[in-house]
Design a protein around this ligand. Sequence first.
Ligand SMILES: [Fe+2]
Ligand SMILES: [Fe+2]
Length: 293
Amino acid sequence: MSKNATINRTNGYPQVRRMRFRFGEPEPMTRHFADGDIVLSHLSALLSAAFPPGEDSFVRSVRRVSGQIDDPVLKKRAAGFIGQEAMHGQQHRVLNDELVKMGYLLVRVPHFAPGSRREKAFIRAENLIPARVHLAATAAAEHFTSVLARRVLTSPELQQIASANPEVRNLLNWHALEELEHKSVAFDVYRASGGGEAVRIGVMTIPYVGVIPFVAGAVALSILTDPRAWRPITVARQAIDVLRGPLVKGLQAEVREYLRPGFHPDDLDTEALVRHWQRELFGSDGELLDRVR
Ligand SMILES: [Fe+2]
Ligand SMILES: [Fe+2]
């Protein structure tokens, strides 16, 4: 592990930035907002739809064991993690409202309000899962999000595609930066609460095997509900490009790292990347300063 990673683990508190993004202003969003790419637009829409309920669940998983954390540094890091994830969910809900208005039917499925009956049913089901397994699932999901975040922030191609809708790109870059800032928090809370390697690795095997087929199926279904996307040759070509492109190519190998006994998220050093994007977005003339409330 690098020296920087050690510093990050012990002293870095994820900073909660209260953001306000405006989508569909002044011009309404175009249906295939990812630079006209049907597959990437539906994939981005579904990921955005999944974030708010997913991230709310991550927060609850950390809260379920918070009484077992004695380390004051880890407590502060967990508070930063909770604040960042709550803000991500809130701002993705703003985007998801737009996506629902635009006709993304599948986005409606996980698009439920905090405190709604659907959320209460979701939480009841979640509470059937042992707290440690719930937290291991969060740590696994956090590895996925940090791997994707690193790809978003290092790929000129993905940045170029996202630029077709600057406000979506702003949301994406802010979210990706903070995913890297807090990438090891849930993992460290899991360990501090007594979580072991067998459950951690066992829980990851399910998304490791299942995420790509599940997401591919959901994207295909979403495209079927979009008459303007019924262009099978274009969709097939774009799907191949996505699988071979910077978002997905080699993803499984990076996820597999997590299955190694002894793995820690800070083994993958993203410190320089985080510093670069902190300056870029929130430095003295950062791109997103006017989006901070
Ligand atoms: Fe997040
Ligand atoms: Fe996260």
